[in-house]
Design a protein around this ligand. Structure first.
Ligand code: GDP
Ligand code: IMO
Ligand code: MG
Length: 423
């Protein structure tokens, strides 16, 4: 098996960073293929915690090549902050390679993200405010600035001037705010261009050659299936494709190069931001999961909404991405509860429905159909083999396999690299 996709099977924050870091031990290359620094991937090794936003989660290994692919949107300011903070912790970031085709997040993207959310008022999406949506909008509107432009002074100045003028009209005439200072932005970004130049390459060639020579390549998804712009809970989604289909466009590979798809699935469900959430628990159990699982956003610090595991969602993710393997994370967070529930179907207007609906109005009316499982205690954290797991947890895992038609091959019982079971 040479190429493995690691993606979120729920609404993000499933533990993709932990699983990518774990699998990266035996990989030569790790590639991010979509999203930007809206992602927050936490990796813990030997008591030290690393919060990654743009840098792939293979960075903690000395000999791994880490690629930020074509489908990612890059905020250079955030990128250099992240590199600096990793370097301060003694992590060498020289292995980083950045695609010349990736789009650049400009200051006007961040401001427009914030202003458009404000304008939406109560109907806001609850974005991370990192300028992700506006940057992808420009990409598809064909006015974006790519990394290959950022490192070419003349091309950059020409594109930036035209864009800043247009965005300033929007900022001042539509939102009534102060226009941005064009010269300041250009000067700052030309400096970023100089700094980013040594990292920039045609990453499609590197990925192609690595796969051809038999290297093990991991494609690290950001966000999750239900935040996918086509298949998620639109409009409460991000503006990219976290599903496995996004890997081909976002890393520049053909579908035949993908051997394995690992869907990362938290043992319960969380989401940040707005939108319907059928298994949400607005009671003491929801609070228990939030506090025990430290469910506060890595990027924004917002409390995450918590609920029971929704297998209709994971089944949908499995079908959309052709998930071959599931990595269950945070099963230890469920310990201490007498009974654990998992949603195995929905009832809509009195009738059972088979598939995850497109319409949010329908989803908001869906009532979860639950199955109940025996709880387990905190000793689950010590398990290092499948046989060590309590019987309730084994049954829970078996049911996840039945419904998703995928093998649960990784079980995570704690945030640390070594708190992991290969099944
Ligand atoms: P990502 O965005 O999918 O990479 O996930 P996040 O890093 O945003 O959120 C997952 C959180 O759970 C992080 O704080 C991880 O350190 C932590 N985590 C990952 N796996 C486990 C686990 O098995 N048990 C516990 N208790 N925490 C975990
Ligand atoms: P990781 O990779 C969870 C959510 C935001 C918001 C919506 C749109 O850590 O799993 P955006 O800023 O992307 O336009 O916001 O998507 N969101 C995430 N939720 N995990 C993430 O990333 C997310 N990235 C974006 O909260 O609801
Ligand atoms: Mg996260």
């Amino acid at each position: 098996m040479s190429s493995t996709v690691i993606l979120g099977a729920q609404w993000g924050d499933e533990g993709k960073g932990k699983i990518t870091d774990y699998l990266a031990e035996n990989a030569q290359v790790v590639v991010r293929y979509q999203g930007g620094n809206n992602a927050g991937h936490t990796v813990e090794v030997g008591g030290q915690q690393y919060k990654l936003h743009l840098v792939p989660s293979g960075i903690l290994y000395k000999n791994t090549i880490n690629i930020i692919g074509d489908g990612v949107v890059i905020d250079p300011e955030a990128l250099f902050e992240e590199i600096n903070s990793l370097n301060k912790k003694g992590i060498n970031t020289d292995s980083l390679i950045i695609s010349d085709r990736a789009h650049v997040i400009m200051p006007y993207h961040k401001i427009i993200d914030m202003l458009s959310e404000r304008k939406r008022g109560k109907s806001d999406i609850g974005t991370t405010g990192k300028g992700i949506g506006p940057c992808y909008t420009d990409k598809f509107e064909r006015s974006g600035i790519r990394v290959c432009d950022l490192i070419n002074k003349d091309a950059f100045i020409k594109r930036a001037k035209a864009n800043i003028d247009r965005k300033n009209e929007i900022i001042s005439k539509i939102y009534g705010e102060k226009p941005l200072n064009k010269e300041e932005i250009i000067t700052k970004y030309l400096e970023y261009g100089d700094r980013i130049r040594p990292f920039v390459k045609d990453t499609t060639v590197i990925v192609y050659n690595e796969i051809k020579k038999g290297s093990k390549v991991l494609f690290e998804g950001a966000q999750g299936t239900l935040l996918d712009v086509d298949y998620g809970t639109y409009p409460y989604v991000t503006s990219s494709h976290p599903i496995s289909g996004g890997v081909c466009v976002g890393a520049g590979i053909g579908p035949r190069s993908i051997d394995k798809v690992v869907g990362v699935c938290k043992a319960y469900t969380t989401r940040v931001g707005k939108g319907p959430f059928p298994t949400e628990l607005l009671d003491d159990t929801g609070n228990y999961l939030r506090e025990k699982g430290c469910e506060y956003g890595t990027t924004t610090g917002r409390p995450r909404r918590c609920g029971w595991l929704d297998l209709v969602v994971v089944q949908f993710a499995s079908r959309l991405s052709g998930i071959t393997d599931i990595a269950i994370t945070k099963i230890d967070t469920l310990s201490g509860l007498d009974k654990i529930k998992a949603c195995v179907g929905y009832e809509l207007d009195g009738k059972a429905i088979e598939h995850f609906p497109a319409s949010l109005d329908d989803l908001a009316r869906c009532k979860p159909i639950y199955e109940e499982f025996e709880g387990w205690d905190d000793t689950i954290k010590k398990a290092r083999k499948f046989e060590d797991l309590p019987s309730g947890a084994k049954k829970y895992i078996k049911r996840i396999e039945d419904l998703t038609e995928a093998k649960v091959s990784i079980i995570s019982v704690g945030p640390n690299r070594d708190e992991t079971i290969l099944a």
